[in-house]
Every structure is written in C-alpha cells, then in structure tokens.
Design a protein around this ligand. Structure first.
Ligand code: NAD
Length: 299
C-alpha cells in the first residue's frame, strides 16, 4: 500500500520508518529540511511537498505538533486551499497528532465533504514506543473506518483502542496525559523529598515502584538523573516528550474541562507548574525535567 506521511519529528519519523520496514511504499514530507535530511539518511523517500507526497497514496498519515498545524495542513492557512483538495476521494486520512477534539471534528467534517475517510488516532508510548513500533493508539472513528485503519496502525503500535466517534481518541488522550503530567510532578516531588532526607534516589525509586506508589514514571521514565540509563533524565532531558508539548496537552484538558464544566483541580495546577517551568527556559527539555523545579540545589 502507498502511504503519505506528513510530519517527521521525534514521533512521526520513526513511525514512518516502521511502515516502510513493514513493506509499504512511503512518501514522506516535513516543513523542516533538517527533519527531511535525517530521515532520508534513514532510508525514507522524501517528497518535494505535502501535495506531492499524497499523489497515488491510499492512506495519508499526519503527525504534527498542535491543532493549528493540522488545520493549516488540511484546510489551508485561510481555511481554503489545504491538502484535502489534493487527496483522491476514497483515501483514508489518519491524524495521529494530539490536538483539540473539536479540531479533529472540524477537519473530519471537511474531509468527509471531500469524499475522504478521516479518523483521529493520537498515540501514547513516547519516542521509545515510536521506534519500537509498540505505540498505543486511541482511535476516534466509525467501526468500519477503524477496521480499515487497523492493519496500518498495527505496523506502528501494539495496542489499538476504539474510544468512540471522530474526536473521541483526542479526548481519551488528554485524559491520559493530564494524569501523566500530574503523576510526573508527584513522582518528582516524592523522590526530591527522599533525597533531601539523605535517601539514595535509586533505592527510594525501587521501593516506591514496588509499593503502592508504583506508576509509569517510576517503571519507565524516572525523572531523577542516573536512576534509569535510558530515560531522558539521564541524557540531560534531551529528546523524549517536550515540556511545551505537555503544556499544550494540559491546556487542551483545561479547555475541555471548561467546556463540560468538569472539576480538574490537579490538572489545572499541573498546567500552571509546567507553564512556569517553560517560562524558566525549559520548554524544549523533556517534561520529566519538571523535577528541576523541586530539587534542592546540589541534590
Ligand atoms: P515534533 O515537534 O518533534 O515534530 C513535529 C514535526 O511536524 C516537526 O518536524 C515539524 O517541522 C513538522 N510540521 C509542522 N507543521 C507541518 C506541516 N504543515 N507540514 C509538514 N510538517 C510539519 O513533535 P513530536 O514529538 O513528534 O510530536 C508530534 C505529536 O505527537 C504532538 O502532537 C505530540 O503532542 C504528540 N505526542 C508526542 C509524544 C512524544 O513523546 N514526543 C508522545 C505522544 C504523543
């Protein structure tokens, strides 16, 4: 199957590579020349533009930073002249970016009007999951659209959940990331408290991992440098999931909570703490670097 893949960042690049490894033809594109060069070196065929990438494609996948990028790509900057007009009717469009559910529904409606199938399929699992092909997909689609997408998603992920209709994948994703943002702050706070009392962060992390405080951050993504060799914390917080992307997701969760009048006190506090962390100049670092704002100098 011929696939157009738009957005070759930390996540999209490795996902496109996995599709090609699985035997699909992939025409890839990113606005950043640096990203194109990096993945051309990894063996991907780079198209001259997004319009060129979708020529002859049966499936189009996008993996972009935020709502405004997805709107600009598919609908065009002024609401007209976007990529949708260049995609052949009958094509399946899968957007895996984490964006507002309302934006997924807006783009989905325009795609349907152009005779296209559109689904939202945001992911969880981080850059490690993107490289290993073990992502979790949270899909907003009809059952028929989900089954159409499943063989493609299975080449990039190992868990595929049907959350509901278009937009529902995004809602599930922001609920998950709000919880993750809160968990990362709580985990950081607990380790910092232990270290301030003279405990070894490695020993304390292991105690909590196997006790009732055990969670994903302690399992796979420990925020304290040196505790887990492969975690971003042990690589000066480079790569991984950026603080500004977490801030975006916590903002989406708050917008959504406002719209349905839900109480999300810890989600609101977490958003403010990540905003302060970003304003302190850490927006480009992995989100687990939030521990820096809780660590005593010298610990
Ligand atoms: P990234 O910033 O590394 O990559 C995004 C890429 O999109 C960039 O290379 C950028 O140049 C490109 N781009 C933007 N607009 C474009 C356009 N119109 N046409 C072509 N390319 C365009 O981001 P990422 O870390 O890969 O994350 C992508 C999405 O996945 C985000 O919505 C993020 O919230 C979500 N996500 C990220 C992670 C993670 O661990 N990094 C995990 C789960 C979900």
């Amino acid at each position: 199957m011929q696939i157009a893949f738009i957005g070759l960042g930390h996540m999209g690049g490795p996902m496109a590579v996995n599709l090609q490894k699985a035997g699909h033809g992939v025409a890839a594109f990113d606005l950043s020349q640096q990203a194109c060069d990096k993945f051309a070196a990894a063996g991907l065929t780079i198209a001259a533009s997004a319009q060129a990438a979708v020529q002859g494609a049966q499936v189009v996948i996008s993996m972009l930073p935020a709502s405004r990028h997805v709107q600009a790509l598919y609908l065009g900057a002024s609401g007209e002249g976007g990529l949708l007009a260049h995609i052949a009717p009958g094509t399946l469009v899968i957007d895996s970016s984490t964006i507002a559910a309302a934006t997924s529904q807006q783009v989905g409606k325009a795609a349907n009007a152009a005779g296209l199938d559109f689904i939202d399929a945001p992911v969880s699992g981080g850059t490690g999951g993107a490289i290993a092909g073990t992502l979790t997909f949270m899909v907003g689609a009809s059952l028929a659209q989900l089954e159409r997408a499943r063989p493609i998603l299975e080449k990039m992920g190992s868990n595929i959940f049907h959350a509901g209709n278009v937009g529902a994948g995004q809602t599930a994703k922001i609920c998950n990331n709000m919880l993750l943002g809160i968990l990362m702050i709580g985990t950081s706070e607990a380790i910092a408290l232990g270290v301030a009392n003279g405990l070894d962060p490695q020993v304390l992390s292991e105690i909590m991992r196997r006790s009732s405080g055990g969670n994903w951050a302690l399992e796979k993504y420990n925020p304290w440098p040196g505790v887990q060799e492969n975690a971003p914390s042990s690589k000066q917080y480079a790569g991984g999931f950026g603080t500004d992307l977490m801030l975006k997701d916590l903002g989406l969760a708050q917008e959504n909570a406002g719209a349905v009048q839900a109480a999300t006190p810890l989600g609101g506090l977490a958003r403010s703490l990540y905003a302060m962390h970003s304003m302190a100049g850490h927006g480009g670092l992995d989100f687990s670097s939030i521990v820096k704002s809780l660590q005593k100098r010298g610990d």
